[in-house]
Design a protein around this ligand. Sequence first.
Ligand code: UD2
Ligand code: MN
Length: 566
Amino acid sequence: MLIRCFRVKRIYIKLLFVLLVIGSVLLLYLKYLTENLRSLRNTDKLVRTSDHVFENKLREWEMKIIPGLGDNGEPAFLSGEDSIAGEKALKKSALNTVLSDRMPLDRKLRDPRNSKCKDLKYSPTLKASVIVIFYNELMSVILRTVWSVLLQTPSHLLQEIILVDDCSTDESLKGLLQYYLETRLKNYNVKLIRLKHRMGLIRARLQGAREAQGDALIFLDAHCEATKDWIEPLLSRIEEDKTAVLVPIIDVIEASNLAYSTNGDSSFQVGGFSWSGHFTWIDIQDENDKGKVTPIKSPTMAGGLFAIERRFFWDIGSYDEQMDGWGGENLEMSFRIWQCGGRLETVPCSRVGHIFRDFHPYSFPDNKDTHGINTARLAHVWMDEYKRLFFMYQPALENNPIVGDLTHRKQLRQKLKCKSFKWYLQNVYPEKFIPDENVFAYGQVRTEFEMCLDDLQLSDDKVGPLGLYQCHQFFAVSQYFSLSSDGELRKENVCAEVFNEHEVQLTECHGHKREQYWEYKNGTLFNPSTKKCLSSDRVENGKALKVEKCQGGVFQKWSFTKVNRT
Ligand code: UD2
Ligand code: MN
């Protein structure tokens, strides 16, 4: 009995010992935890220290802002040293960054709309996610974009603003912007995503779109300003037709003085394209559409600013993810939308300003011609046989592996049962001049002594002499001319016109015949308005050709590479 009692006591002692050990281990663990917590607090403190730095930076900046500067979109100027610094910045960054930093982020703009817009009532219920992508843009410019959206958008129509930083290297964008959002914009839903690697603007937009929750996506460049009631007509139109993709009128904000300029209040242009694969502005083609303030058809879009229903964005193929860097995605999307059952429209009562810069203030990795490569991708996928016209400008890209694999995009086109590019040209953009279709003749225009008509490298839409140059062995675009079915001797946008009764210039086609009208008779190019013939005699290098009295000699003989009809 005694022995049993003693054994029980020993068990208790052992238990007590075990408990003691566990207790001290626990104590040690607790001690470790508290130490750690303390060090956690230390990092907390560290963050606060840099918050302090950020806060000081912001205050310093905010104190320098000049109230009222640039209000109503008026041109703004600085004086003295700031003015000189601004000029320098403009040369370096294609933007007066000094001025932007001094201008209130929430400056007021006047209502730029056509007065007829004020009579239209919209009551959309959709919510938008506004996606703004940027790479090394100026913080004040990004924030002016954000502020303009917040101030001009009723909160019930705005799900969120998503800023996508395409891995900027600019230090000020790394922590300061986030801090600004957390402090100055903490009551608004503005998110910042920072990409780990630079992905280019196409994939950056895709990242933003993946995060978005709104019913509609609205993309903006990071240097825009939205104006009064900009969002309502966009969302209303999407509500009416979810296959409509919409572009506001894009007004110009001057890079030098940040003036918000409007082109009068009623005239505007829509989107076209050139066969070299560039976006162009074109006049509204359909007479019935002129003067309208309701949405009107646009063959293409500039690309930076548009609204699209979120699901439709994904259903219709979002973007070509293999497009790198900058460029081409806008025409790709434009053609795809039209060919695959959507519509692209300009909404005259929605206006957003955009800073158009003279050059890219950023560089591209490896100096790759991403615009060319991306356009080659879209030409292969969407332009069918008309891609021949694009590749005339970019022969080196036609069969080049650098263009990458196109399988997925071709599959998408099949899956969506998209229409042909010919359908697009005939139905969406019938006014587009096709240099080798429905024309009398086209190609090189040769004299009998190996000289050819040449635009002397005139760039699109400019006036310049119609010249003569040694015929290139391979087709060169500068020597490609057409004699259109309207009797124009022309390039894509410019026509040969007789000035002052004798000199021949290339100038914008006007479609009214007169001095731009030519007849191809017995090998001569006859201009009925002057009753003279195009002559290659006595033309100086780099100077314009002349028309002279028709004599039918060797200097007035011209032959086209291809003649359809005369
Ligand atoms: C136009 C479009 C632009 C885009 C481009 C063709 C308008 C007004 N602008 O040129 O949106 O469609 O044509 O691709 O329609 N960015 C990045 N990562 C980069 C390079 C640029 O995020 O690697 C950002 C840039 O900071 C800007 C946006 O992409 O916010 C567009 O670039 P941009 O403003 O230089 O292009 P832009 O307006 O000349
Ligand atoms: Mn831009």
